[in-house]
Design a protein around this ligand. Structure first.
Ligand SMILES: [Zn+2]
Length: 110
């Protein structure tokens, strides 16, 4: 499958992913505070920095290109749904453009 992932999609999925990773948050006051703070965010408008301020790092809102490693607003996802042995790549517009250029050049040589 091929689809676009916008950073807003990543931001909107943070509370769900957080609760999957920390399902017993109620046993830990820090996790409880973080979960409650995430639930209070307006996911349509909050920034990655708002989430970083709650969680303490950038990793939950990263949208990283697998080729150039840049953290970008939009990436194209190509492959199987991410899983233990899934094959997939997340690629930014610039890298996708370079890949397309290579394909076009190859066609023109043949
Ligand atoms: Zn890239």
């Amino acid at each position: 499958m091929i689809y676009l992932i916008h950073r807003r999609d990543v931001i909107k999925s943070v509370p769900t992913r957080w609760k999957e990773q920390y399902p017993k948050w109620y046993e830990d006051t820090t996790r409880q505070r973080q979960t409650q703070a995430l639930d209070k965010l307006d996911l349509n408008t909050c920034s990655p920095e708002d989430i970083k301020a709650i969680i303490g790092n950038d990793s939950w809102t990263e949208n990283e290109c697998h080729e150039c490693k840049r953290n970008v607003d939009t990436i194209i996802f190509i492959g199987d749904e991410p899983d233990y042995d899934a094959k997939y790549v997340q690629i930014c517009a610039d890298c996708l453009g370079m890949a397309h250029q290579l394909m076009t050049q190859k066609d023109s040589v043949e």
